[in-house]
Ligand binder design. Sequence first.
Ligand code: ZN
Ligand code: ZN
Length: 162
Amino acid sequence: MPGAAAQVSVLVDVPDAPDAPDAQDDLHHLGLRSTPPRRKVLALLRHGTRRHWSADEVYRDLAAAGDDVGLATVYRVLAQLEQAGIVRRTSFDGGKAVFEIDEGPHHDHLVCVRCGGVAEFCDDAIEARQHAVAQARGFALVEHRLSLYGLCRACTTRGADR
Ligand SMILES: [Zn+2]
Ligand SMILES: [Zn+2]
């Protein structure tokens, strides 16, 4: 591995710690009434098979598990959870938006323009440069969102066959 690549940590779909608080407790702490759709959506975001979810993926996963939660409800619940500060919404170019539990360290995203896959990374050099750019202009940085668009490894490999 070249030295530069070693500084980049890519975290993909890291499972939650087993002692994560359950959805009911979360909702209570957030001041939201505990309803079945809220509990199900939150539990899915916390313990589901992926870390970044589109509303459609949440809807389909719940349906596959036999949970009858309509797509409009999924959208509404995701918006409520975002407003309550426990879910982070990231909108990507092309209109795709993904939702993830908003906790843990800051990270940016790599978005595959073919399969829609989303991976996370955090690069100290990029973080430092952004602070330097803002500071040099007397700009008080509040937050930033960085998304890199391209083809993921799987899609690059598949592309060679097409
Ligand atoms: Zn891909
Ligand atoms: Zn993320």
